[in-house]
Structure formats: C-alpha cells, structure tokens
Design a protein. Sequence first.
Length: 337
Amino acid sequence: MSKLKIYIPILCFMNTACITNTPEICPKSTPEVLEHLNQVYYGKNNIRIFYTTQGENAISDKADHNHNNIPDYIENIAIQINTVMQAWDALGYQNPLQSPRYKSAKYIDIHIQKLSGLGIAYSKAHLHTNNPLKKNECALIISLSNNIPNFTTRSSVAAHELFHLYIYGYTMFKPKWLNEGLAAWSEGIITKGQTGAYGTISLPKTKEKFEQTFIQSSYQASKVWSSITLLVDQSNEKLPLPKGLLQTKYIDGKPVFQDHYLKGTVFIHEFLKDLGQEDKRLSQQNNWEPYNWKDSTQKSHIYNKNILSVLHRKLEKNPKEYNKKNSFKKILKQEIN
C-alpha cells in the first residue's frame, strides 16, 4: 500500500509526544491509490465509499442484482458499516465523528483497494488533496480489500475496522492486545454467539499464560476480553437495539445480525471512557498535547500498567465475580504494582 505523504508543521519533544500548532489537526496527504478510485458512493451517517471497477484496485465482484448501477459489493459494505455504527450509537458509545479528538472530521471514508490483508483503520483524520471526489473535506479513513470473500455470510471485517475508530475516539492507547483484541471482540455484535469473533479462553492463572494469551497477543487477545465480559455480564438478554435495525439485511437478503447477543457491551463502554480519562491524566502529567501522541507512544507497552490499572478498577466494581477468579486478579495486581 502506498505510504501517506503528510505535510504539516510538527514539533516533537521528549521522544514521546508531538505538539502541533493547532489542537484540531487534519493533515493534508496524497495517497497514490486515491488517484485510481474514480467512483464514490454516499452511504448514510456521513459515510463515503471510494472505489473503482478498473485496474488493479477494481472490485472483483461487480454484480448488481438490484440494478441500481451500484455494485452490490459496495452497497453491502455500506450496509454493514452503517448498521453496526447505528448499533454502537444506540448502545451509548461515542460516535467517532462526535469525539473531541476528531472535531475536524466530517466523514468516515472507506477506500476499497487492493490490500495484502482485509482492512486497515487509521487513527489520524486526513484531508486528501489528490482526488476531486473528496471535495477537500477532512475524514477518518478505513481501507478495505477489493476482494473480501463471502462478505454477506462470513465477513465482519468492516465492523472490525469501524470499531477501531470508536476505540481511537475514546483513547490514545493502542497496543495490539487492547486495540486488536477489542476490535475482534466487537465483531460479536453481528457474528453468531455471545462473545467476540475468536470465542473465549480460560482466564490465565499464571504470569506466563497472562503474557502469552493477552499482553503479547493481538487478535487472539479477544479470547481473554470475551472471557472477562462473561465474568462481568451475567445477563442472558438480547442486545437492546431497535427491532428494525436488528432485521437489517444485505442486498442478497442475508441478515446482517446473525443473532442478537453480545456480552459486555456496557462494561467495555465504561472501560473505554475510563481509559480516555487515564490518557488525559498522562498527557497533563507529561505536558503532552492530549490528541497528538506519537504513534510509537500510543502502541508502546510502557503504558500497559496504566491500561491494566483501569481494567482492575473496573473489575473491582464486580467483586463477587472478580473474586471467583483469584489467580487472574492476583496477576493483574502484580502487573500494576
């Protein structure tokens, strides 16, 4: 994938954070791929999808079964993104476009292109100047593959990448065990079962297992997150979402929601809000601009202790359940002390 060329005056200090000349940044950039994405589809809720039907970035499936001159592949991506966004918003989560971090952003732009993987969500908003279809508007960016197989029956990749934007809107912390782990958990909002995309695992009882299955993990860390949600969420209720939303279907008639369950939506919501308070405390303590941490700082394991402290405090609000997992509780306390 082409690297973004960014033009913005930046002053870095202390090798940890960067200060810019404005708190609301939308750096200009010119990713080469955008020069080839010559079509745009406007979805609901300020979603724009940029794509092409020609060249190496062309969508592989150009079927248009409803004969509206928009490929079903594009419409189905828009349906998944919009439906999942409405679901998280209805559950009380802060829409990324409403986050103080992204005051400059007007749209969530989806770039459909050739990728080595299936998707990428970027934590910085961008103003792309090399495609007139962008209309010189600041946007949050998600790149999705032009060839996602079985999209309406087996794929939740668009939902996964969207949740990254929700995470970024709450907190600057993004080590993989947190960022990818929670995004994989979030796929459970439309996939079958009460937990995230990778299921669950017994909560680790040793420091070695804690590191292996959680801290040094990425997508698979969702197994631990899902197990935590099972611990704190003892309900067996359906997601409190509007009936009409739960009945949303793709162009081929397949349902977006494979069932109506996901454990831990309240807990994760509160946890993300508390993480946001913790990173603001760190910013103030270190005299950093609150939304302009260096990317390496955001991903750093140096601040695992801070994240785990927030998790421990949240779990202590469920003492009956937390105390049942004494080995896990003991490891957490060791990690933060």
